[in-house]
Design a protein around this ligand. Structure first.
Ligand SMILES: NC(=O)c1ccc[n+]([C@@H]2O[C@H](COP(=O)([O-])OP(=O)(O)OC[C@H]3O[C@@H](n4cnc5c(N)ncnc54)[C@H](OP(=O)(O)O)[C@@H]3O)[C@@H](O)[C@H]2O)c1
Length: 338
């Protein structure tokens, strides 16, 4: 690690210690624009040098391809990396916008074996249920996940996009180290239910898409015009047409704060989400995704920015004005989260 290494925190409920910002690896293999494996490998190495230790993937990202891509990096740095992956979503190869969600015990067992094989590890540090299958009681799913901990295949458990009630029910079965859900200047619905429950239970929050999938950095304004065909963001209602025009206008307040600190828009977005820890009184470890060395440096530097109360007040109304849903198909989020 270097002098400028980011701070460290412990995930909830006896979870692992990690750098206070993680790295989302999804875009290295899936969903966003063209791939550059060499630049992504360099980004992983640089992240680790900066003190980023929580590396986030899922079996769904590139149908296992993202886990396979990470395997050599994880092998080279096994003791320094906290490896997080997820099960529950599969994407039919011929229907890239469709999602099949499964939480049943045979599926979880099959999924963990496949992830261990692709990642080429003996144990997964943090294993998340990626989405909730409402046909399976959550206690049953977490029961199988707890068995995986006892069998030494998994160290800690996490849940993604769950409701407060689901988190409460899961916690009766096994400690939960983290809830991973979308949380950013544009997506704050979890502050009503999940965040207070996580605080009460001592569970950490891992905000995904903290840069609003890149929109909050100002690097694209209209997904249809600015992003490559096949980029998943072109299916997202917030980023196209009239919604995109309205949402770009919301970046003005972010720009004003960025100018006051002489930092980028994305750094303000990351500082804001990081500061949720102090505002809500719980551990927060955002996982911005990038495939670029310079950007991982920029994002890590945002952990040192502290926004004033006046600046937080200026940013406060933004989420309430965002036009368009998070997903075209809101069943992609947990039933009842919104
Ligand atoms: N649990 C879930 O359901 C779920 C859902 C979505 C994502 N995730 C996880 O969360 C991670 C992060 O979310 P995300 O990737 O969707 O969104 P994000 O972190 O909000 O934004 C990522 C986008 O922002 C760009 N970017 C990153 N840093 C930048 C910077 N400093 N300046 C300008 N642009 C920048 C990236 O492009 P470049 O690569 O070109 O830098 C990428 O297009 C994912 O990688 C994944 O691991 C989880």
């Amino acid at each position: 690690m270097t002098d400028s290494a980011i701070g460290r925190v412990r995930l909830g409920d006896g979870g692992p210690e990690v750098g206070v910002q993680g790295l989302g690896c999804m875009g290295m293999s899936w969903a966003y624009g063209p791939r550059d494996a060499e630049a992504s490998r360099d980004t992983l190495e640089r992240a680790l040098e900066l003190g980023v230790t929580l590396f986030d993937t899922a079996d769904a990202y590139g149908q296992g391809g993202n886990e396979e891509f990470l395997a050599p990096f994880v092998k080279a740095h096994r003791d320094d990396v906290v490896l997080a992956t997820k099960f529950a979503i599969s994407v039919p190869p011929d229907q890239p916008t469709k999602r099949i969600i499964r939480n049943d015990a045979p599926y979880v067992r099959q999924a963990v074996e496949a992830s261990l094989r692709r990642l080429d590890v003996d144990v997964i540090d943090l294993y998340y249920m990626h989405r909730r299958d409402v046909h399976v009681p959550i206690e049953e799913t977490v029961g199988v996940m707890a068995d995986l901990v006892r069998e030494g295949k998994v160290k800690h458990l996490g849940l993604s996009e769950v409701t407060a009630g689901e988190l409460r029910a899961a916690r009766t079965v096994h400690p939960i180290a983290a809830v991973q859900s979308e949380w950013s200047l544009f997506s704050r619905d979890i502050e009503a239910g999940v965040v207070p429950e996580a605080r009460r239970l001592g569970v950490a929050l891992v905000p995904y898409s903290p840069l609003g999938r890149g929109f909050l950095t100002g690097s694209f304004a209209d997904a249809d015009q600015d992003l490559a065909s096949g980029d998943f963001r072109r299916t997202m209602p917030r980023f196209t047409g009239d919604n995109a025009v309205a949402n770009v206008a919301l970046l003005e307040q972010v720009r004003a704060v960025a100018e006051a600190h002489d930092v980028s828009l994305g750094q303000v977005a990351l500082a804001w989400v990081q500061q949720r820890a102090a505002v809500h009184g719980l551990t927060v470890v955002p996982i911005p995704g990038t495939t670029k060395r310079g950007r991982v440096e920029e994002n890590a530097a945002a952990t040192r920015i502290v926004l004033t109360q006046e600046e937080l007040d200026l940013l406060e109304p933004i989420a309430g004005k965002v036009a368009g849903d998070r997903y075209a198909d809101m069943t992609f989020s947990s039933a009842g989260r919104e």
